[in-house]
Design a binder for this molecule. Structure first.
Ligand SMILES: [Mg+2]
Length: 245
């Protein structure tokens, strides 16, 4: 190593924060320590899976919760805003109320949500061939509730409680990975975000709830739309073994 000249030596300490800024670009500060703590094996395939409507029956749980509050979900589109209505007069609740309602839902119901049929068996089988990380937009303050639900349903894999879009987090997790990576999610804009920031990741679009699934075609930026966990499992195994979709 060459001895640093005066000018360069003086500026060196400023480099480190700049490098870390780049690594964490677009990643929420509450998410950064969670992904830093993960131990990713760079030589092993990696499966990054969403939780709600992929591992857990979110809508089933939400409908039950809404019913307990005199509310219901109006199945007209793939969105929460505008579709949560009062049983009494069928009027939609204000957009400003939806955030609080969801926060209460995660606090009270997240740990007890039913698991999607075949999810635990699928992940268990895939975990013999790949590492698995759960990337969920559960509010970080309720991450422990989600972990309890994962443990209870025999899906005890590392959880990242994400805030915001998912693409930058997937980029970080797959950086330097010398094996294929897979992303499973129900929400189209999450596929778009991963396509933008980690286009090398194989993207599988899956919506567990059949009623919700019927409202939406394949996500524009996904590679494949799949309809069950046995299908997801077979698809990923085939791709790991043959490189074919
Ligand atoms: Mg989801």
């Amino acid at each position: 190593m060459q001895p640093a000249r005066r000018g360069r030596g003086a500026s060196f300490p400023a480099l480190r924060p700049r490098i870390f800024d780049t690594m964490f670009t677009g990643i929420h500060e509450e998410v950064q320590p969670q992904i830093e703590a993960l131990d990713i094996d760079r030589s092993r395939p990696l499966i990054i899976t969403d939780a709600d409507e992929v591992l857990f029956n979110f809508m089933v749980g939400l409908e039950d919760f809404l019913g307990s509050l005199g509310l219901y979900f109006d199945w007209t589109s793939f969105a929460l805003t505008g579709n949560i209505r009062r049983l009494a007069d069928k009027a939609p609740i204000d957009q400003s109320e939806v955030g609080h309602l969801l926060s209460d839902f995660f606090e009270q119901r997240c740990a007890g949500l039913p698991a999607v049929e075949g999810a635990a068996a699928g992940l268990k089988s895939l975990s013999k061939h790949a590492q698995i990380v759960v990337l969920s937009n559960v509010p970080p303050k309720y991450a422990e509730n989600r972990r309890a639900g994962l443990r209870d349903k025999d899906m005890d894999f590392p959880l990242i409680a994400n805030v915001g879009s998912k693409g930058e987090v997937v980029r970080y997790l797959t950086e330097g990975l010398d094996a294929p990576a897979y992303f499973i999610d129900d929400i189209p804009h999450n596929h778009s975000s991963v396509n933008t920031h980690a286009a090398h990741v194989h993207r599988l679009h899956y919506i567990a709830d059949e009623r919700l699934s019927a409202l939406l075609g394949p996500a524009e930026h996904s590679h494949s739309r799949l309809y069950s966990w046995p299908e997801i499992e077979a698809h990923i195994l085939r791709h790991i073994e043959t490189g074919e979709y």
